[in-house]
Design a protein around this ligand. Structure first.
Ligand SMILES: CCCCCCc1ccc(Oc2ccc(Oc3cccc(O)n3)cc2)c(O)c1
Length: 259
């Protein structure tokens, strides 16, 4: 049987599994089915606990699990040094990390604080640049970096507010990183996922209204699933997407195409 994905035995770093509903966990499940070696980073101890339970319940093994606080350059450097020492070469990275203060995710965008704006940018956007920089030395065989975005990066979605501006910066950074890293044969792309009920989604006002609107108006007349996002993410990590870089791939039932 032709191995189109060529992910067997590849070392993929997955950042951002908080629990079973995380997009990053959907990616991990798809990667496991493709025979990749899983490497995880986490921030909070409770995420490590949830991750270990998920791995045990599914009888998955990870090559290594390291702590990484993306608001700290030193933590990112230490994490990728440790990963590099353990596996030698990194073939892919899934950056599924973002955060904004809850008061900045509801109400009027004009009331966004300077510190809240900077925090959302640092965590959700700058972190991709720092991760790419610290991982690059270990990606000597080339590879693929995929981050997670949302339509609110380019449309004004009520309630998404400061995260939308952070995702706009993230999507532009994807293109500038693709330009920098293409000569190293490292590709950088984003998956723009439709609304999915994750722990993070609970922090965004008007989330429930959006879910219902998609079911009614998206071309596929349904919401997308964590598994569908996971599958397209591994396609973007795989040999199948070797000709694609600097791109935003929508996995959203086609919602973004309608006027
Ligand atoms: C009004 C928009 C409805 C669709 C939102 C879809 C979505 C859901 C979750 C997303 O990821 C996050 C990640 C962190 C985040 O910040 C949070 C999350 C929970 C609590 C909190 O204080 N901040 C907000 C959204 C995301 O980027 C996009």
């Amino acid at each position: 049987m032709e191995d189109l994905l060529k992910l067997k035995g590849k070392n993929i770093v997955i950042m951002g599994v908080a629990n079973e509903r995380s997009l990053a966990w959907g990616v991990a499940r798809s990667l496991y089915k493709a025979g990749a070696n899983l490497i995880f980073t986490y921030r909070l101890e409770r995420s490590l606990g949830k991750l270990n339970k998920l791995l045990n319940d599914n009888n998955y093994s990870a090559e290594i699990i390291v702590q990484c606080d993306v608001n700290s350059d030193e933590s990112i450097k230490d994490a990728f040094q440790e990963i590099g020492e353990k596996v030698g070469t990194i073939h892919g990275i899934v950056h599924s990390v973002a955060f904004a203060h809850s008061e900045d995710l509801k109400g009027d965008f004009i009331n966004t604080s300077r510190s809240g704006y900077a925090f959302a940018q640092d965590t959700s956007s700058y972190s991709l640049i720092a991760v790419a920089r610290e991982a690059k030395p270990f990606m000597a065989e080339g590879g693929s970096i995929v981050t997670m975005s949302y339509l609110g990066a380019e449309r004004a979605v009520p309630g998404y507010n400061v995260m939308g501006v952070a995702k706009a910066a993230l999507e532009s950074s994807v293109k500038y990183l693709a330009l920098d890293l293409g000569k190293e044969n490292i590709r950088v792309n984003a998956i723009s996922a439709g609304a999915i009920r994750t722990l993070a989604a609970k922090g965004v006002g008007s989330f429930n209204k959006i879910l219902h609107k998609i079911e009614e108006s998206a071309p596929l007349k349904r919401n997308v699933t964590q598994e569908e996002v996971g599958d397209m993410t591994i396609a973007m990590l795989s040999n199948l997407s070797r000709g694609v870089t600097g791109e935003i791939i929508y996995v959203d039932s086609g919602y973004n195409i309608i006027g």
